[in-house]
Ligand binder design. Structure first.
Ligand SMILES: [Fe+2]
Length: 326
């Protein structure tokens, strides 16, 4: 059975009202594919690897491979629940949470596309360490809230190469290294650091690139607030054929849905709910657990509806989680 850890870590009102408490409980009840304990272990592993690299120590492959194996097993065995995309929030300087989210999503998409376990594990390592090169870039640049100078921007654009150099010192296989160096490459030579054409970019690097972009867009940055999941998906769809192959984007949307798991949505009925399951061939009509009625009153026994079957209801738009607590 999927774990049921605390999955909502966003801001709550200072004085928690009974309504806020109940909503928090309802959200916590949504099953998670990756138990919280494993998420913590993954975060710890990334943190450990980064602090080792900073003092010039090599990457210890064994603990890394073990935690990845465990995560892959858990996603495989909990596939039915799919991945709960109420994400681990990023509160750290070195984006440990981002690494974990990208890793988890890469695993989920790898499974959906029937890659073999070895490939998925390698891709997951690549997903986890894709931004490792950022340890070589100064915090002043990484955390700068204002516009970067051309020189600073150029320095940031070196992180894929730095990542490759770091991973090349280890005994890891080629795929994680390729993912690190290629995750900002875009077709038509529009990416960096090498400006590769589409056929030169490894398909799994392209997949991690999409996952990375999705997770970055849906995370607050010093220079902009996060996109709602369906706005992020729309932006990615708009890049289809320009930055990413049309076929890649099509599959990504099918797998993730336009309203990914964990998105909060408003229905035509005025009700508000959370997406709990995706209907692969009807991505705009997922399963929704309704948490608030049209009067914004909490449903103490929430109902779950399959929008493919329930023709009376449809999604009007995505809302931020703060809407639930208003
Ligand atoms: Fe990056």
């Amino acid at each position: 059975m999927p774990g049921k850890g605390i999955i909502y870590k966003g801001p709550l009102p200072k004085e928690e009202s009974p309504k806020a408490k109940k909503i928090k409980t309802l959200i916590e009840e949504i099953p998670q594919t990756i138990p919280q304990q494993t998420q913590k272990e993954v975060l710890k592993t990334v943190e450990h690897i980064i602090s080792n690299i900073r003092i010039g120590k090599a990457i210890e492959e064994e603990p890394l491979k073990n935690v990845i194996k465990q995560m892959v097993e858990e996603v495989i065995s909990n596939q039915e629940a799919m991945l709960n995309l109420i994400k681990i929030k990023s509160h750290d300087k070195y984006t440990f949470a981002h690494s974990t989210n990208v890793c988890a999503l890469a695993i989920l998409l790898g499974i959906k596309r029937n890659f073999n376990k070895a490939e998925i594990e390698e891709m997951a390592i690549g997903g986890m360490l894709h931004d490792i090169g950022k340890v070589k870039i100064s915090e002043d640049i990484l955390l700068k809230p204002n516009k970067l100078t051309i020189k600073e921007y150029e320095e940031i654009r070196k992180h894929p190469l730095y990542g490759y150099e770091i991973l090349n010192e280890s005994n890891l296989s080629e795929l994680p290294k390729l993912i690190a160096v290629q995750h900002h490459e875009r077709i038509h030579r529009r990416g960096y650091p090498q400006g590769l054409s589409g056929d030169k970019i490894h398909p799994l690097s392209r997949l991690v690139a999409l996952v990375n972009l999705y997770d970055s867009l849906t995370t607050d940055k010093p220079y902009r607030s996060k996109f709602l999941p369906h706005d992020a998906m729309r932006l990615i769809i708009s890049q289809s054929g320009n930055d990413f192959p049309i076929e890649d984007v099509k599959k990504f949307v099918e797998d993730m849905s336009i309203y990914p798991m964990g998105s909060f949505v408003r229905l035509n009925t005025g009700e508000t709910g959370v997406v709990t399951r995706i209907n692969r061939y009807a991505v705009i009509r997922p399963w929704v657990k309704i948490l608030l009625n049209a009067k914004r009153e909490i449903l103490y026994k929430p109902i779950e509806v399959n929008l493919v079957k329930d023709k009376e209801r449809f999604i009007v738009n995505c809302v931020g989680e703060e809407v639930l607590f208003e």
